[in-house]
Design a protein around this ligand. Structure first.
Ligand SMILES: Cc1cc2nc3c(=O)[nH]c(=O)nc-3n(C[C@H](O)[C@H](O)[C@H](O)COP(=O)(O)OP(=O)(O)OC[C@H]3O[C@@H](n4cnc5c(N)ncnc54)[C@H](O)[C@@H]3O)c2cc1C
Ligand SMILES: *[C@@H]1O[C@H](CO)[C@@H](O)[C@H](O)[C@H]1NC(C)=O
Ligand SMILES: *[C@@H]1O[C@H](CO)[C@@H](O)[C@H](O)[C@H]1NC(C)=O
Length: 542
């Protein structure tokens, strides 16, 4: 490999980049955080205006008719002139790491921001798709409920999660976010509105809408399962040494071994090295009068970052505390799991936390808004951001593979049921026989969350992101797993169709006239840049 493979641009440019790279924390603090703060205030104002002047739950039907008429108008265009449709929501507002080329599509605006109804007897809440996790949580918790699958990321929208995928620390009880959806109300390509449930005449849509990323229909409302809560959790931290020991303990606790349903309410593990993990077990509880001093409001700005706090139990041994539910749900907020550490290496220092901790987290929307194509091309080769659904009986292999390819810690593990809904029902295949939990119709899988900068990159050694990612994808396919599609994928169309089962999806595309109306799923989620080419440029020569 010669120097011709390096990006061109002259010496001074290189030197500036290197300087910025070396002083990244400083730049983030003096430039990015203040701008992100201002940006965040604008977003808040915008939201307040929407709440004040646009919000009107009783006008839902009217708004749906407005979406329908936009789609009808598209239908009236000559077929040869029609561009494929997508939502008008700008890329920077979405959490997905790819930048889908919306400019090449016919954009339909979906100003659907309202929480419509809480059905306490049915234990469901009906919402419009642009309601965020943070908003619905603020609405539900004071009423004694929360979403059955309630993401940690306050900014994620309930519609985006429904068309993509969601998973949380409650998923070992109920499965993926899609399992907690009772009904989808969608506008089809011909402009008609239908309501799809598990067992009505649109059950084919019900099963193919998740993981479809808006390539079958426009979502205009959804009905979601809620659960009853208590105001606090008793959160136990169990430090475990030995890979097999911690893997086995997670499998036991989540019921993967015997299908027991007397599992903890919330369960997750953070893995700090091949040999060390902290397993966190949360149960709803009332705090005893005598133990009020053990309440920890985790999200206060000056507190330690959550994963650092949890790591502390590796030194001090098993322990517990009481955590208000809202704090628990947003526990990873200030450090965006452990992503902020790569931006601000000193961010968890007490001095920083007490002085400037309130500036965190940087707004993801701001980071995306300011991502130029050049930055985008460089960052995807220098950091990993992946959530992958993999079978839990192979947890040890997952961790070893992640270390072999990326060598970064911590790694996040959330156990999650993957249900067998039968052959060719949705994009996920039924779990394999050896993955099924005995006596049940589900397999126990887990989210493997790998976020951060691979060690070779940190050490300025040779790292080929594309090779590593493609190897991870091959590993995932071999085990019958699936990467979340909000993150970058490197699969060809052919490989993609081998991993996912698109049988029912393609049928639904035909039946509901989506083929000439919406992009194909693979076209929608593949990176907007030629990753293979860009990847090659950024591999440091040996
Ligand atoms: C820092 C970070 C941490 C994360 N952690 C987790 C985690 O712990 N667990 C987890 O499950 N996920 C996690 N995610 C991923 C998150 O679930 C996805 O980003 C998800 O897609 C929600 O994002 P969004 O609301 O921005 O949706 P979008 O990206 O806006 O939407 C997802 C897809 O659905 C389409 N779509 C959206 N609305 C509609 C509509 N009304 N009609 C038709 N199509 C529509 C969009 O075009 C897009 O293709 C994380 C992401 C980030 C960035
Ligand atoms: C963090 O929480 C605040 C509210 O406390 C919210 O506005 C913000 O969007 C959250 N950030 C993320 C990344 O979830
Ligand atoms: C994972 O790696 C460890 C040590 O590197 C090894 O002892 C163990 O056998 C590996 N596990 C699997 C399942 O390959």
């Amino acid at each position: 490999m010669g120097s011709s493979n390096k990006p061109h641009g002259g010496d001074w440019k290189q030197r500036i980049f290197r300087w910025m790279d070396d002083n990244r924390g400083f730049i983030v603090v003096v430039v990015v955080l203040p701008l992100s703060l201002v940006f965040g205030l604008f977003m808040k104002l915008r939201h307040w205006l929407i709440r004040k002047f646009v919000s009107a739950p009783e006008k839902h039907d009217e708004r749906v008719r407005a979406v329908q008429s936009q789609v009808m108008r598209w239908n009236k265009q000559p077929a040869t002139e029609r561009k494929l449709m997508c939502t008008a929501r700008p890329n920077w507002q979405s959490l997905s790491t790819t930048f889908f080329r919306k400019d090449q599509c016919h954009q339909i605006s979906l100003p659907l921001y309202d929480i419509l109804e809480l059905h306490e007897n049915r234990m469901t809440v009906v919402v419009e798709p642009m309601v965020s996790v943070g908003e619905v949580t603020a609405f539900l918790v004071p009423r004694g409920y929360t979403l059955a699958v309630c993401l940690e990321v306050a900014e994620a929208t309930l519609g985006g999660l429904a068309m993509g995928v969601g998973m949380t620390t409650f998923s070992h009880k109920v499965g993926l976010y899609q399992e907690s959806i009772v009904a989808y109300e969608v506008v089809l390509a011909d402009g008609s509105v239908v309501r799809a449930t598990r067992d009505n005449q649109y059950s084919d849509l019900y099963h193919t809408l998740p993981w479809s990323h808006g390539t079958l229909a426009f979502l205009v409302s959804l009905e979601l399962q809620v659960i009853k809560i208590k105001s606090h959790l008793k959160l136990e931290y169990i430090p475990v040494r030995g890979q097999h020991q911690y893997c086995q303990m997670i499998r036991e606790l989540c019921g993967a071994l015997d299908g027991t349903t007397s599992t903890p309410d919330y369960l997750e593990a953070t893995i700090y090295s091949k040999d060390e993990a902290v397993i966190m077990v949360g149960n709803f509880c009332d705090v005893p009068q005598t133990e009020k001093h053990k309440i920890n409001r985790l999200t206060q700005w000056h507190k330690q970052w959550f994963y650092k706090h949890a790591e502390g139990y590796l030194r001090t041994g098993r322990g517990f505390e009481y955590v208000p539910l809202e704090d628990y749900l947003l526990r990873h907020n200030r450090s965006i799991f452990w992503v902020v550490e790569t931006m601000i290496p000193f961010g968890n220092h007490p001095l920083f936390r007490w002085l400037l901790g309130w500036l965190l987290p940087p707004k993801i929307a701001f980071l995306k808004y300011t991502t130029t194509p050049g930055v985008r091309a460089m960052t995807f080769t220098k950091q990993v951001f992946q959530d992958i659904v993999l079978p839990m009986n192979r947890l040890e292999d997952q961790i070893n593979k992640s270390e072999e390819l990326f060598d970064l810690y911590p790694i996040l593990v959330y156990p999650c049921r993957i249900y067998d809904h039968g052959q060719h029902r949705g994009q996920l295949r039924p779990p394999r026989k050896d993955q099924l939990v005995p006596g049940t119709n589900y397999g126990m899988f887990n989210d493997l969350g790998v976020y951060g900068v691979p060690r070779p990159v940190l050490e300025k050694k040779r790292f080929d992101a594309v090779v590593a990612m493609r190897e991870m994808e091959r590993f995932t396919a071999d085990l019958g797993g699936y990467p979340f599609l909000y993150a970058d994928t490197f699969m060809t169309r052919e490989e993609f169709e081998q991993m996912f089962d698109l049988t029912a999806y393609e049928k639904a595309r035909q039946k509901y006239n989506a083929v000439d109306a919406f992009p194909h799923l693979h076209d929608k989620i593949k990176p907007e840049i030629d990753v293979i080419e860009v990847g090659k440029q950024y591999v440091e020569p040996l």
